[in-house]
Design a protein around this ligand. Structure first.
Ligand code: ADP
Ligand code: GN1
Ligand code: MG
Length: 368
């Protein structure tokens, strides 16, 4: 069935009101297929809706995943109301299908979900102002502090070993060995880079095992475009993309934001001379994240923030390289070497962080 027909089928199974006047692809996420729907409703004007085909290649248990999202957003909604906030804008609202389920499975077996669209807010693909970046840090930190007393044992693990860097390294080694696309010969430099950083891959899991870093309920995908910034107030109002909310390390949430937002270039920039980790942005994000976490971070966690940045960047580069070697089956790509370009920016950032290691540590030490 073609995409338009499937979309019509899906739309007819959700409890939307009004007349549909537009449906188009939306956003720049690497995982799900996102659509913006626009409904005309008498007396209300145009009402936008987010509709997503969940990526079941990545999320093998979409029903469990939606259970997590309903529970987490219900929990957040209560806290937001207690704190005098606006739950309609400060967390995602799931729209149920006509049989009362938080998803619809179409006739081809794909799983879909719908959310209220949060209007007058933007998920940025790059840092446009220091203040916006600071606000994104506050929002991701606050997200973690709001979930500090969430019953972690009730969360399904939506992607097993998601930020288990040693496991990611193992999958990479297998991909090199199998070389199913015969790409290994073209990426010797990148492969060597990974092998020269093997020690870094298990540094955080060792610290976690020793009890130096505690497991918390974390977001695990804290890219700048996963927080919506209010167009008028410029506050980071809503953390979105809740598919990977699972127990994890606070410093990984910090690190993932740094590798994306504190980079001086796009994640897929081809000209590596444009890629650096900006220390001014690193400092801004550090301040905002620590403040947002509301005194919950231990001194050991704060001290380890630079490590979180370096390891998350290394891990992400390894994931892009692995996907390139495996034939680009995980991340969405627009051209054949897209994952390789992404991998190269991550490795350039890791090298740059190594050069700036003392500066990064001095910045975080101010907050202990
Ligand atoms: P992916 O997992 O593919 O990254 P996301 O859930 O992050 O998918 O959604 C992709 C993009 O769609 C986001 O970056 C954001 O711009 C937009 N988006 C998602 N949900 C909403 C929402 N409820 N309101 C407004 N925009 C949204
Ligand atoms: C994916 O879904 P999105 O585009 O926000 C990925 C992250 C990566 C990121 C790299 C579930 O994030 O882990 O860091 O791409 N999400 C998943 O840009 O794998
Ligand atoms: Mg996203």
């Amino acid at each position: 069935m073609n995409n338009k027909k499937i979309l019509q089928e899906v739309i007819s199974h959700f409890d939307f009101v009004g007349e549909i006047i537009n449906a188009c692809p939306y956003g720049s996420g690497h995982i799900n297929d996102t659509y913006l729907l626009e409904y005309k409703i008498k007396h209300m004007g145009i009402v936008p809706i987010i509709l997503q085909r969940m990526n079941t290649n990545v999320f093998k248990q979409p029903i469990q995943l939606m259970e997590n999202i309903l529970n987490v957003t219900d929990f957040l909604r209560k806290k937001i109301i207690q704190n005098g906030g606006d739950p309609e804008r400060e967390t995602l609202t799931v729209i149920l299908n006509k049989s009362g389920k938080p998803y619809y499975q179409d006739s081809e077996g794909n799983y879909w979900r719908a959310y209220h669209f949060i209007t007058c807010a933007t998920g940025y693909d790059e840092v446009k102002s220091d203040e916006d970046f600071y606000q994104s840090a506050l929002a991701f930190g606050r997200f973690q502090s709001l979930l500090a007393d969430y019953p972690a044992n009730t969360l399904h693990e939506t992607i097993p070993d998601f930020h288990n860097t040693p496991a990611r390294f193992h999958i990479f080694e297998e991909a090199v060995k199998k070389d199913i696309c015969q790409r290994v010969q073209d990426v010797q430099k990148e492969i060597e880079f990974v092998y020269s950083h093997v020690e870094d891959t298990h540094i955080l899991s060792d610290m976690q095992k020793k009890g130096i870093l505690p497991l918390r309920v974390t977001h695990n995908d804290t890219k700048l475009n996963n927080v919506l910034i209010d167009d008028k107030t410029h506050q980071g109002i809503c953390v979105i993309d809740l598919d990977t909310v699972m127990p994890g390390l606070a410093i990984n949430d910090f690190g993932d934001s740094i590798r994306f937002g504190a980079s001086t270039g796009a994640e897929d920039e081809k000209d590596l001379s444009k890629i650096e980790c900006d220390m001014h942005l690193f400092e801004i994000y550090t301040k905002g994240f620590i403040k947002g976490c509301n005194k919950q971070l231990t001194d050991a966690e704060i001290k380890a923030l630079p490590l979180g940045a370096k390891v998350m960047t290394l891990e992400c580069g390894i994931r892009f390289l692995t996907d390139y070697l495996q034939g680009d089956t995980y991340f969405k790509t627009k051209y054949p070497t897209h994952n390789l370009d992404r991998c190269r920016t991550q490795f350039k950032l890791v090298s740059d962080m190594e050069k700036k290691w003392d500066i990064m540590n001095d910045i975080v030490k101010k907050h202990i």
